[in-house]
Design a protein around this ligand. Sequence first.
Ligand code: HEC
Length: 150
Amino acid sequence: MHRSFRLAAMAAAAALSLPAAAQFAKPEDAIKYRKAVFTVMASHFGRVAAMANGRAPFDPKVAAESAEIAQMMSRLPYVAFIDGSDQGQTAAKPEIWKERDKFNAAATKMQEAMAQFATAAKSGNLDTIRPTVGAVGGACKNCHDSYRKE
Ligand code: HEC
């Protein structure tokens, strides 16, 4: 019993010290992971965007919570663009692996816009939130135009 506990603890410690790419046993796992993250992020961002555009009634509590989730998600997908995951059930363009610095810069830009959006969403004021929604949407589109297939 002790021995298996020790092994489990060692495995956990080893997992923590592994590089991000080692989280995924196979390229398909990385693809599934990043798509799932993008889907959750888009869903929560979209809820607030609908309020900002007048397509849904403004609920300050839901807006703040959704923005917080979207921001958390915005940090996750990029470690999952591991080597070999340009093939398979993916809309990622091969350029990502050729111009990683530019791709990462587009990711950072979106994360910064998302942080401002999440802060604004805590204000409870739709006029404060609205411009930050536009900025996030622009940052999503900017990357998709270059790095996501139609
Ligand atoms: C730095 C680049 C980049 C940014 C920024 C970005 N995306 Fe994406 N997004 C991608 C790529 C690449 C894919 C394709 C992933 C795949 O198929 O493996 C993708 C896929 C998606 C998908 C489809 C997921 C699926 O199930 O296939 C959605 C939805 C999405 N993004 C929403 C967003 C939203 C919303 C934002 C902004 C808040 C955003 N993305 C910002 C690069 C980006």
